[in-house]
Every structure is written in C-alpha cells, then in structure tokens.
Ligand binder design. Sequence first.
Ligand code: MN
Ligand code: MN
Length: 305
Amino acid sequence: MVTYIFGHKSPDTDTITSSIVMANLERELGNEDAKAYRLGNINKETEYILNYLDIEAPELIESVEDDAEVILVDHNSPSESAENIENAKITKVVDHHKIAFNTAHPLFARLEPVGSTQTILYKLYKENDVEITKEIASLMLSAIISDTLLLKSPTTTEDDKKALKELAEIAELDYETYGLDMLKAGTDLSDFSIEEILALDAKQIDFKDVKSIVNQVNTASIEDVLEMKDELEKGIEEIIEREGLDLFMLLITDIVNSNSQVLVLGNAADLVEKAYGVKLEDNTALLEGVVSRKKQVVPIMTENA
Ligand code: MN
Ligand code: MN
C-alpha cells in the first residue's frame, strides 16, 4: 500500500521539496511504497527550482481514500490538507507550524519552530545516517531560502543558517546568487489573472472571531504590484462577499528591502491599523520590516482582535 506524502494546498517550495525529500528518506529507511504528491499547482519559484535541478514535480492529487497511509510535511492543519484527510491514517508529521490536528492513534510527530521544514528533514537525515546527495541538498537549501527569504525573515533560526551553509557546500552552490534568482523567479506575476494572484498563497486564518484571509505575494518592486491595485481591490471585494469574510489582507512583500505593503479590505480593516499602529490610506499601508505571516501577522493580529 502506498504511503502518500504531501504538504499543504496552494503548495510552496518548502511543501513541494519536503514531500520529495521526505519520500526519499522513507525509501532509504525501508518504506519502499513512500511516494511524494502535491495538492495544487506548482508556483513559479518552485518551477524554477525543479527546472534548474531537472526534477519532476510530484503527482497531483486532491483527496485520499479511507484508511490511506499518509505522511504530512510542512502543514498539520486538516483545512490545509487533502480532502478526506479525516478518514486517512496519518502515520507521521514533520512540520514547523503550530499544532492544529488531532489523531485517533499514536504517531511520529516532529515539530520544531525553525524556519523551514527542510531544516528538520536535514536533521532527520543526519540522525538516521542517510546520505544527503547533491540533489537532496539542493532541494533542502532551496526551501530554507524560500521560507526564510534568504535568512532575512524573523522566522530564521541558527539551525537554518547552519543547515543552509552546510547544504550549499554539498550542493556546490553560491546560495546567495542562486537564492536571489530563485526568489525573483517567484515574483513573476505576468501569467496570472487577478483571481489567481489572490489565491496564490492565500491562507484562511481567523483572528479570534474575525474571519480572515491573508495572502502574500513576493516582489522585487512593490510599485509594480500596486499598478494593479484597482483590479486587486475589485477581486478582493468579490472574495469577501463570496466567503463572508470580515477581513482580507494582501501582503505585498519586498524581498530585497524586507518590508511589506499591505492592502486591506473588509469591515475589520481597522484591526490592521490597531495592530500595527498605522493609518490605512486608500486601503493600504507600509508595514516596516514585516515579511513573515506566521511570526509578524498571525500573533499580532490575534492579540489585537
Ligand atoms: Mn509552506
Ligand atoms: Mn514551510
């Protein structure tokens, strides 16, 4: 019976590469039926990485069958997982997000508050004496770069830095040059419709009773993204209406200068003003130094809600 290994919906680089790297670890440790899958389309940044390394994307699935054996990476929340996950048998979780799941049976869970899932997988390879090949090292370091924005995000830990440096040596890559190219490839929005941009990295997060979606797009130029402001606002209003939201935050994150311009709509928009001490002008404000949704949005918004 196959062991399904996948990360979250709207997959990012950490999710995709972690499923591949975890499947390889499982197979190395004797679980020959371990296979990586994905729950959505590959984004541009991940596409760049897979092309660069000449690796195929995992197979796409939407749901898992009853009693399927499943390993979750880079997420643990059922709402971000495959359809029917509640009837599957989760055997392992390797993740760096807050705990949001429950199981009926004991399982292997490795959760650490580090910058990327790959930093944990790097440790698991070492602990299990499994060789980190050049290809595996390249996948691991790509995810560390992606999730920590080249070690600049406040989610970055000493473990991430140490892992990245060692992996860059194995991969024989100048990680700063490669990393910036990779992140820039991920900022290309030209092929996407407004609706797609608003769904690219959207996460439904409720700040206490405030029903919200927080979406994040990376860019090398905030101005370029704001050229689409009117269309983005129209699209956001439709989503708010359709989903019955109180708040929609679009973080436009400048990967070069490590700031985010936030575009905010919804009845609870003033929560953003309160949480960050800013004044929204035409629905938008600059959040200095804010790049991490997990560390600099979720806790602060929840606290002020
Ligand atoms: Mn992720
Ligand atoms: Mn991650």
